[in-house]
Design a protein around this ligand. Structure first.
Ligand SMILES: Nc1ncnc2c1ncn2[C@@H]1O[C@H](COP(=O)(O)OP(=O)(O)OP(=O)(O)O)[C@@H](O)[C@H]1O
Length: 283
């Protein structure tokens, strides 16, 4: 018997060693998880916007949440980011309970909320510097990272203009750049490509793919099935606040395109009904 095999046999007979090995296994598994939702629920008065969602996102993955309008995507992402307290259930980011140590968790998360408020009278560069400084970066880090982000998000031509003059797409790009300035481990992005032109979308996807290739994790919501299908390796479908399908892209869509699968899951009416009067073809 080899020395290694002998030691394995001895370890297997030793309860303490077995316990250590089991603990290592659990830690290895926990290490692979970026986000764990357990029974996450949000009620607004009589409306239950998010119902008992249990969901796990692996570290390094590019995960997409899809669902019809009002399904509960924004509410879910807001609870994950520490912006909206859950009614019940828990959110763990990289092993830490977000709602037990919100500030600690937020250091590890970069958030692009649904309606991002910005300081309108700052220039793009000043806005990034401001976000960097409240994130606790040194002056030199702020300067260096602002420069890098301006280039990465192709904001050079607009960086000295006031935010108030930015278009919706430019605001979104600036907001996305700001989510990265503190080098987070998890990005939580609500509709990141909303109002973004195709060229800028390509730029953003490149940045996000670089982020995941270096161990970061992305969780985003989107109404664009094309985009989700192109970039996400894991998908969750939420309807009426409930998680009704999740898995790898191929598991969720099967033989169909994601858009077809989504339509079947959500069962929207194929045609608009009751709008017969909306017809000018014989005028
Ligand atoms: N602050 C609030 N007070 C009351 N109801 C709310 C509040 N925020 C959200 N809701 C309700 O919760 C449900 C889920 O809303 P949410 O914004 O999370 O959906 P969504 O999937 O992001 O929708 P969309 O795709 O249209 O952005 C909706 O019925 C919405 O009206």
């Amino acid at each position: 018997m080899s020395t290694e095999a002998e030691s394995q046999q001895v370890d297997a007979a030793d309860p303490a060693a077995t316990e250590v090995a089991a603990k290592d296994d659990i830690e290895a598994t926990t290490d692979d998880v970026a986000l764990r939702l357990d029974g996450l629920t949000k009620r607004f008065g009589r409306t239950t916007a998010v119902k008992d969602i249990t969901y796990t996102v692996e570290r390094g993955s590019f995960s997409g949440i899809v669902g019809p309008n009002g399904a509960g995507k924004t509410t879910t992402l807001s609870m994950i980011s520490g912006l909206l307290p859950p009614s019940s259930g828990s959110v763990e980011v990289l092993g830490d309970d977000v709602w037990r140590d919100r500030q600690g968790a937020q250091k590890r998360i970069g958030t692009l909320p649904d309606r991002l408020r910005m300081f309108e009278q700052l220039t793009g560069a000043q806005y990034l510097s401001y976000v960097g400084s409240i994130r606790g970066l040194s002056k030199s880090e702020v300067l260096e990272r602002t420069e890098n982000l301006v280039d990465a998000f192709d904001l050079r031509d607009n960086v000295n203009r006031l935010v108030v003059d930015y278009s919706s797409g430019l605001r979104k790009k600036l907001g996305l750049a700001a989510t990265l300035i503190h080098n987070p481990e998890l990005l939580v992005l609500d509709e990141p490509l909303d109002a973004i032109d195709p060229v800028s979308a390509g730029t953003i996807v490149e940045v996000l793919e670089t982020f995941t290739s270096r161990g970061g994790t992305v969780l985003l919501s989107s109404h664009s099935m094309d985009f989700v299908q192109r970039v996400c390796d894991h998908i969750a479908v939420i309807v009426d606040g409930e998680l009704i399908a999740e898995g790898d892209l191929d598991e969720v869509r099967g033989e169909l395109t994601l858009e077809e699968r989504f339509r079947r899951i959500v069962r929207g009416p194929e045609e608009s009904e009751g709008l017969d009067w909306l017809d000018i073809s014989f005028r």
